[in-house]
Design a protein around this ligand. Sequence first.
Ligand SMILES: Nc1ncnc2c1ncn2[C@@H]1O[C@H](COP(=O)(O)O)[C@@H](O)[C@H]1OP(=O)(O)O
Ligand SMILES: [Mg+2]
Ligand SMILES: [Mg+2]
Ligand SMILES: [Mg+2]
Length: 349
Amino acid sequence: MSYDKELAAAKKAASLAARLCQKVQKALLQSDVQAKSDKSPVTVADYGSQALVSFVLERELPSDSFSLVAEEDSGDLCKASGQETLQRITKLVNDTIVNDGSFSVPTLTMEDVLRAIDSGKSDGGSHGRHWVLDPIDGTKGFVRGDQYAIALALLDEGKVVLGVLACPNLPLASIGSNRLHSSHDEVGCLFFSKVGAGTYMQSLDGSSPIKVNVSTTDNSEEASFFESFEAAHSSHDLSSSIAKKLGVKAPPVRIDSQAKYGALSRGDGAIYLRFPRKGYREKIWDHAAGCIVVTEAGGVVADAAGNPLDFSKGKYLDLDTGILATNQKLMPLLLKAVRESLEDTPSSL
Ligand SMILES: Nc1ncnc2c1ncn2[C@@H]1O[C@H](COP(=O)(O)O)[C@@H](O)[C@H]1OP(=O)(O)O
Ligand SMILES: [Mg+2]
Ligand SMILES: [Mg+2]
Ligand SMILES: [Mg+2]
């Protein structure tokens, strides 16, 4: 199976969604941020991005069996208090489609937008094909003006077969811990991978793609690591203890979202550590695209027990403790350090 058509549609969908998100982030007002029932933030851009990706995929790949597992739903927008927000989302989606110019469609109505958002209600699973979308991964970073990603992947019979990560604020140059950044750095990266075909990166402006590879270091002392910016999303104490055991000298690089997987796939650092608090259930849309981007770049992604992530069980990942990503040489050392750190401080999560 080549998945060429699907990859082209996914790149187009994520790039258009990135354009919508960039526009909103530039003009973001605090009033644009609502809290969902789980208290996490959501913005007009999360909804707009989901509607747009769903619209583009359905247009570009007409099929009877379109299935999308995505983070947002239209529940809050259908309430009376959501009408003004829905109007703004509809305008954002229409403006993005019109500016792109490649779709000859009448203007979408608010109902069309609700329908597009709610086509993301599939449960996924181990049979058939399912698109998996996080319309804005790292909403907290997005709202802060920092990193976020539009993360889109395709599952076929329970396996991730392609993934696209659009990272509008990620510099095209390395963000490794030994590098100074300047506000002049060019930003906006699109990572994409197809099973068996490697990982590529291009600028969101459309430069030609370059093949990327994870770091090849086998010296853990030289290996810098990525973790969440938000300490509430991943234990910084536990990763610091793991880094100490590995002899890592560089300070952690803390950024939001699956941009961490993108940066890892091009070797900006060598390790990604993620340890959510106990009881937090990881969702497939938070890892599917990032996982294939790293593995196709030569890396390994596993849970804290060393098991590969299983995307075939519905919308949740069923895993042991945390998520680790690194290269093949460092993974055994990393797993040992993780095991020891968890034994030293069993209540660290
Ligand atoms: N309490 C939490 N613990 C771990 N991850 C969380 C939590 N709340 C939200 N997330 C999700 O973690 C991811 C971002 O984590 P980070 O940026 O730290 O890597 C996002 O997918 C975010 O959702 P969202 O997609 O809504 O932003
Ligand atoms: Mg969210
Ligand atoms: Mg997310
Ligand atoms: Mg999200």
